[in-house]
Design a protein around this ligand. Structure first.
Ligand SMILES: [Zn+2]
Length: 460
């Protein structure tokens, strides 16, 4: 037997630990993981000496080509998936446009499927709800499962733009989630607190964001939703937790909330604080929830080290400098969002001091389990898809704007991080090496996801 691809002399990271091994790929799948001494014939072979092989990363939270009022986020599926590959990400999960009626469901699917055709990597979508829907919780849950997208996103805020879901709808969805087999994702900020804060500002600018959307609005909403999930034994995923205070508050409840609630955070909340908002360049640091104080950022890093965060998404949604600048004195008009796709690995590897077993859980195994992609993805094992990130754990690097993004700036410019992605394999094909993208656009496919039952695959 001659294999298509051999990855030899590296250290393989599995759930059971790290060990030196060779990996042999046939077609799109891993066939054999052998000891270093046992070499098998292969058509092509890559020497991975000194490097580590991790399961390809999964970014479960991106917005590529997102139309937001007058603007569309800078990276589309073509550039976004190149950026993804340069950071070891081989699977992306984006979102359907918000719907309030089942009749809109087909159009929402068709629109995003068309946008995603250019993706270089495989992708899926989360269903997104708008406010005041005409369907019941059970109807939208069953439709999402039938469409092979068993994850539904709700907003607890943005009532002004009609996106806020009612607490009743959220309660019903959480009660059904484990029974029917789907995940409820929540953008969690208390809308009434924010509306109350807004009364103080006649014409808010970016300098007022921390005051307009305070941590208590996130903390109180996350606590409430987690308690509902605990009581109803739901499957709740909180997107973009922005403050370590939020995680600390949950932990102080002393309850077993982790079985029913998984927390996601993003590189921007782990690496940046709200100091830039006080400067003239601060209009660039506009994303939602907003950046927090340095103390909260440090607390979030320790929550990550303690294992209280389950997954890393980027919420990648950059807008151009000019698009933010021209609205700098009128905060509600600034397109919110920033770009961090591609830097998750170095960020988490730095914070976790090169603990690659935990890095691969956070960036791959956990999101695979949480969103119904496991065990085809999220693990290196015979029979799993050959999505592999080959990394240098220790090299020091300084972040600069990637040449693959269509955004014209990076908020992370100049930050020093540890570790880099050297080579990426996507479904058995060499996709990224020596800084070059080798996979053409439209190489990615839509991934059909089946019902999700968290009790079948524990993760933290
Ligand atoms: Zn988002």
């Amino acid at each position: 037997m001659t294999y298509d691809l051999a990855l030899e002399n590296g250290t393989v990271c599995t759930e059971n630990g790290l060990f030196p091994a060779n990996v042999y790929v046939e077609g799109e799948e891993i066939r054999v993981i052998s000891s270093i001494k046992e070499k098998l014939p292969a058509k092509e072979s890559i020497d991975c000496s000194g490097l580590f092989l991790l399961p390809g990363f999964i970014d479960p939270h991106v917005h590529l080509g997102l139309a937001l009022g007058r603007y569309t986020s800078a990276d589309n599926f073509e550039s976004g998936s190149a950026l993804a590959l340069s950071g070891g990400v081989t699977t992306l999960i984006d979102f359907l446009d918000p719907i309030s009626d089942l009749a809109q469901f087909e159009t929402a699917i068709k629109d995003r499927m068309t946008a995603a055709k250019d993706s270089r990597v495989d992708y899926s979508f989360h269903v997104t709800l708008a406010g005041n829907p005409s369907f019941s919780a059970e109807e939208i849950a069953r439709s999402s499962i039938a469409a092979k997208m068993p994850s539904i996103k709700v907003f607890t805020t943005y009532s002004s733009s009609g996106r806020r879901s009612s607490d009743g709808m959220i309660y019903s969805l959480l009660s059904l989630s484990r029974k029917l087999g789907f995940v409820l994702m929540a953008h969690s900020e208390n809308d009434e607190i924010i509306r109350e804060r807004e009364k103080e500002f006649s014409r808010p600018t970016y300098r007022d964001i921390s005051s307009l959307r305070p941590t208590i609005s996130e903390l109180s909403e996350v606590a409430m939703l987690s308690l509902i999930s605990l009581e109803e034994e739901g499957q709740l995923y909180i997107v973009h937790v922005s403050s370590g205070k939020t995680v600390e508050a949950l932990s102080s409840l002393g309850l077993d909330w982790r079985r029913f609630t998984k927390l996601e955070t993003c590189p921007q909340y782990l690496l940046l604080n709200n100091d830039p908002l006080k400067t003239d360049q601060g209009y660039l640091n506009t994303y939602c929830p907003p950046p927090r104080t340095d103390q909260e950022r440090t607390l979030l890093q320790s929550a990550l080290r303690k294992g209280e965060i389950s997954s890393i998404g980027t919420d990648h949604c950059p807008f151009l400098n000019r698009e933010k600048w021209e609205n700098r004195d009128d905060y509600p008009k600034i397109p919110n969002g920033t770009g961090s796709l591609g830097i998750s690995f170095a960020t988490i590897n730095t914070i976790l001091d090169g603990d690659l077993k935990r890095v691969s859980s956070l960036l791959s195994t956990n999101p695979a389990r949480i969103f119904g992609l496991f065990p085809k993805r999220g693990v290196l094992a015979p029979g799993s898809i050959a999505n592999i990130a080959i990394v240098d754990r220790d090299v020091q690097s300084t972040v600069s704007r990637s040449r693959y993004t269509r955004s014209d700036h990076s908020l992370f410019e100049g930050i020093k991080l540890r570790g880099s992605v050297e080579t990426v394999i996507h479904r058995g094909k060499l996709a990224f090496k020596n800084g070059d993208i080798l996979l053409p656009k439209a190489s990615g496919r839509f991934i059909e996801r089946e019902n999700i039952y968290w009790e079948k695959g524990a993760c933290r």
